[in-house]
Structures are given as C-alpha cells and as structure tokens.
Design a protein around this ligand. Structure first.
Ligand SMILES: [Zn+2]
Length: 262
C-alpha cells in the first residue's frame, strides 16, 4: 500500500502514471465517441455519496448547474469518512477527522449552492458498508427509503456499481434496493470515481459497462467545482495528486444511466 501511494504521488507527472493514462484515455474516448450529450435538467435530485468528497468529484458540476436553476438538490453521505488516512499512516489526520470532513463537505456544498438543511450525514463507519449484517442493511435501506419519500427526487445519483471501492459499490446496491422498495419512478444515474483508475482494463470493467454513458458540459461552473474540491483540505495530501488533477481539469462529467431504471 505504501509503495502504491508513493508510486501514485511520485508519478504526479501524468505521463508516467499508468492509472492516470488509463483514466485519461477512457475519459477521452467516452467524451468524444462513447457518450451522448446530456443537458442539465430541472428535475429534483438526491446525490448519495459514500464519503465526503465523492459528490464533488463525481457530480460537482451537475450540482452547481442544478442549484443555479433553483432545482432542489439534496446530498446524503453514507459514512463518516474516519478511515481516509488509513493507508497513509505517515500523514497525521486532523484531530477530529470526522468533524473536519463534515465541515469540509458543508463548505464545498455551499460553494456549489446547496443549503445546509439539504445535507445529511448517516455516519455509518467508513469502510464497513460491505460487511454489514442483514439487519443493519435493512435498517439502512429503510432510512434511504425515508429520504426518497421526503424529497421525492426525480433523479438519483450513486457511485458506479463497479467503482472499485467496497463502500462505493455497496452504496449503489443499498440505494438501488431502496428505490425498488419505495416503488417510486426514479431515474438512476451512476457516477465514476475510482472506476477507471484502480483496476487494469478490462478485467473488471467490460465494454458493456461503458454503454449508456452521458456527458454533461460543466465549463460554466468549473471554477466553482475546483473551489469545492479545494475545500476538502484534509483529503488533498492523501489522494493521488494526478487523480485530483484529473477531476480539476475535466470540463465535463460522465454519468451512466442505469439500464434498470430506463
Ligand atoms: Zn469515496
């Protein structure tokens, strides 16, 4: 793990970082050939994020564009983010990491136009969403159904079902179960965070996973997305530099329409 971190960060120069190259090429292919244009809609939305920063990396532009149109957007954070520094033990986390990340999220989302009353923290333990008991799963799904019923969103955004992170993939499953249970008609869109980054293509990601891709142009709100990413100060030293840079530079966001919700 240490070696991987050092490699990622010494390889901040994109040209020698294979993960960066893979993510860059896939994004370019999706942008130019593999996606349809998506316009920001006036449909209300909930964004479910496993950790404090996923919503900004994956959907920051979308959130800013929607709030500009005064479209209701709510954010639900699944975990408390307490394990973000686990793989970089030589970097000391802030004294109260959970509270720090919570405040960073509120600041980032304020920049993106989301009021604090629409931000919710479920505070599940970071890194445990795939090892919950059946009862815990059912309780969480029930809480998610409550959010759906309160906000009545027309669109829901979740991390991609193959996002190469257990909390991210579990968030997808939990939210999908909740939508099924709610029996509501909701458009489900998946956003990639680690999907193109971690595993070599095409071991886990198959060509069929890249269908139904949509691209949203976010040039007009890019500056705000960059500021929101920068608000996550506790994460800037532990995330691979070129990973963050990739999100900062992209003038579009990619979403995959869930075939199940069409
Ligand atoms: Zn995450």
């Amino acid at each position: 793990m240490w070696l991987r971190y050092i490699f990622h960060n010494l390889a901040g120069i994109p040209i020698i970082n294979p993960q960066y190259i893979q993510a860059f090429l896939l994004n370019q292919w999706l942008y130019h050939f593999g996606s349809k244009k998506m316009n920001v809609s006036n449909k209300s939305a909930i964004i479910f994020a496993p950790h404090q920063d996923d919503e900004t990396f994956g959907c920051g532009g979308l959130i800013a564009l929607k709030t500009q149109l005064k479209v209701p957007v709510a954010i639900v954070f699944m975990t408390d983010g307490q394990r973000s520094h686990l793989h970089t033990p030589w970097i000391k986390p802030p004294d109260n990491l959970i509270e720090t990340r919570r405040q960073e999220a509120i600041t980032a989302l304020e920049i993106l136009g989301v009021r604090q009353s629409a931000i919710h923290f479920l505070n599940l333990v970071d890194g445990t969403l795939n090892i919950l008991t059946k009862e815990q799963n059912q309780n969480i799904i029930k809480r998610l159904v409550d959010f759906l019923q309160i906000y009545q969103p027309e669109e829901v955004y979740v991390p991609h079902q193959k996002d190469n992170h257990t909390d991210h993939e579990s968030t997808y499953k939990l939210v999908k179960f909740a939508i099924e249970q709610s029996k509501m008609q909701i458009k489900l869109l998946q956003y990639p965070i680690w999907m193109f980054w971690e595993s070599p293509l095409f071991i886990k990601i198959k060509p069929r996973d890249l269908t139904n891709a949509y691209r949203l142009e976010i040039q007009s709100v890019m500056e705000r997305k960059k500021q929101a990413i920068s608000a996550y100060k506790s994460q800037s030293s532990i995330l691979p530099a070129s990973f963050v840079k990739g999100f900062m530079k992209k003038s579009y966001e990619i979403f995959f329409l869930d075939s199940w919700s069409k």
